[in-house]
Design a protein around this ligand. Sequence first.
Ligand SMILES: C[S@@+](CC[C@H](N)C(=O)[O-])C[C@H]1O[C@@H](n2cnc3c(N)ncnc32)[C@H](O)[C@@H]1O
Ligand code: SF4
Length: 309
Amino acid sequence: MRSNEIYYCEPVYRPPSEAYSLLIQATEGCTYRCTFCVSNTGKKFKVRATEDIKRDLDTALRIYGEEVNKLFFLDGNAMVMPFEQLLEITKYAKELFPNLRRASVYAHAKDILEKSEEELRALSEAGLKMAYIGIETGNNDLLQKIRKRQTADDIVNAFHKCFKTGITPSGTIILGLAGKDKALSEKHMKDTAELVNRASPTNVIKEGSIPPWYISCLALMIPPGTPVYKDTQEGTFIPMDSEEILHEMKILLENISDEVKNCIFRSNHASNYLALQGILSRDRDKLLAQVNESLQHGTNIRPEMFRGL
Ligand SMILES: C[S@@+](CC[C@H](N)C(=O)[O-])C[C@H]1O[C@@H](n2cnc3c(N)ncnc32)[C@H](O)[C@@H]1O
Ligand code: SF4
């Protein structure tokens, strides 16, 4: 008998901009073990069999019809899948859903660097148009501390490789990662702004139009079961409060260059204290004014109880 249920290995997470996308479990868990992340609390990493993924896509077609226009391949770093398999499921999805505008995945920077430009271009041509890349911070000491297993150079190179191959990169930065260490917090933000400046497509695309790309801020959550939770319980990590987090956002915005073009900045994830959206080169002053307003008057701050991952 044909199943009418799509398989999910719960809990699953997806970016806010994939809220209306078809979610298909391609991998389970993650191959990395970052200290703050729930993806490493319990799930054993697995790449699902191609036929199981295709069966879920068939089921989705029966449930939702051909109208599906966005698809997100779960889980924590589905870009790590072998190239041939990721290509096959992307092509299959495109065949089933002729209106599919894009398929997307979460990707660790190294998952992108480990694929060749030819492979990434083939994936993009097949329909894999977006990769959500965890930047977290541009500070190499902090990257090491959170066990991210990537350097600032890796992240910049991964962004450039995406621009060159037609995949839109969407990077996430975590405010509050340094905890109440003022000096490290300042380095976190200044080095992250510098990373954004270096990652800009204007550094690799010299002719033609500059593609849109995305940078989002999240604010550190402390999920039970993670190393950062244990450190917080033991008092070796002291989380920042909302004011300190907003101050970080201010330093970040102040240090991003006007040469960064076509970059959509957002802090619309539910972890944030302040939701912002704008194009950096056009709206930076407006965004900064909103941060300053919240810092001075406490306006628009999301209450702690409404924050989440
Ligand atoms: C599910 S992860 C997948 C990203 C991809 N695997 C990578 O690491 O590059 C999505 C993003 O959510 C954010 N995130 C995960 N845990 C978080 C936490 N405890 N607090 C705030 N943001 C978090 C990080 O920015 C992370 O890169
Ligand atoms: S942040 Fe990304 S790479 Fe790190 S454990 Fe989570 S899903 Fe994996």
